[in-house]
Design a protein around this ligand. Structure first.
Ligand code: AMP
Length: 282
């Protein structure tokens, strides 16, 4: 496994692989790798013969400096995990390499980034779109794997790839959960034991809505009221948003007629967690 920190070196490596007829799959991450990331890497191996993982904590996408400072980091362990997973290249650019002096370009995907996490985190999705487009240009992969855990991010990236005719395939991967249902997240490391238990309310509310949906309920207000009732059982957890929207456009809906996204963000102590599921009759 190679570790590359330099953009030109990364591009040269990819160029050589393409010349040799290899297909490259790319998994962008912010490190502090857990079983969710590993699952994306395993999936990437199924789609190409070379796998590149990037590890870059992107300052541009943090609206809160404290959150950036506290974001878990563990390069040594991450490298060992990548090596064990047969990753070909770990690309770890520095902040200076990514945003050198004089940098002034910003990528903005419009409507799809407005609701949900976009409403709560000013500038977050511009930061993500910008870094992901830059990483795509650096890694030059044939496909990239993204987790449905960050559903709005995935929807935005799909939109950007279509809008800008980017020559790569976006491959979604389902959410990986702990046995008790908590979605894996690098941020879970920051939860105390009590908070870890409280955090289960996100999954409980999803299960409750999934059950009501399976029973035939399609009215968004009624379904959301069910989820709010579940959150009331855990008053220490404070909801940031809880919404049901069209799963493709992320526009708001009153009644579910096609695939719908149930998405939520909540603060458990000072840790902001997100979770979601797609409600689909098929
Ligand atoms: P992050 O390091 O949080 O930026 O995440 C890197 C990639 O891993 C993104 O595509 C995430 O959606 C994905 N990811 C993070 N957690 C999970 C999870 N629990 N299940 C599936 N994918 C995940």
């Amino acid at each position: 496994m190679q570790t590359i920190r330099n953009v030109t070196e990364m591009q040269q490596w990819s160029h050589q692989q393409h010349q040799a007829g290899h297909k490259i799959a790319f998994v962008p991450t912010m490190g502090a790798l857990h079983a969710g990331h590993i699952s994306l890497i395993t999936y990437a191996h199924q789609h190409a013969d070379k796998v590149v993982v990037s590890i870059f904590v992107n300052p541009l996408q943090f609206d809160n400096p404290e959150d950036l400072k506290k974001y878990p980091r563990g390069a040594e362990q991450d490298l060992l995990a990548c090596e064990a997973e047969g990753v070909d290249v770990v690309f770890m650019p520095t902040v200076e390499e990514m945003y050198p002096d004089g940098y002034q370009t910003n990528v903005q995907v419009k409507e799809i980034t407005q609701p949900l996490c976009g409403a709560a985190r000013a500038g977050h999705f511009d930061g993500v779109a910008t870094v992901v487009l830059k990483l795509f240009n650096m890694v030059q992969a044939n496909c990239a794997v993204f987790g449905e855990k960050d559903f709005q991010q995935l929807a935005m990236i799909r939109r950007m790839v279509m809008d800008l005719n980017l020559p790569l395939e976006i491959i979604p991967h389902p959410i990986v959960r702990e046995p008790d249902g908590l979605a894996l997240s690098s941020r879970n490391q920051r939860l105390s034991e009590t908070e870890r238990q409280q955090a289960l309310v996100l999954w409980k509310s999803i299960q409750q809505i999934q059950q009501k949906f399976a029973d035939g309920e399609r009215d968004v207000e009624t379904l959301l009221a069910e989820a709010h009732a579940v959150f009331q059982t855990e008053p220490e957890v404070s909801l940031d948003y809880l919404e049901i929207r069209d799963a493709t456009s992320l526009t708001s809906i009153d009644h579910i007629t096609g695939p719908a996204l149930l998405a939520m963000a909540a603060f458990v102590g000072s840790v902001r967690l997100i979770d979601n599921c797609v409600l689909s009759a098929r």
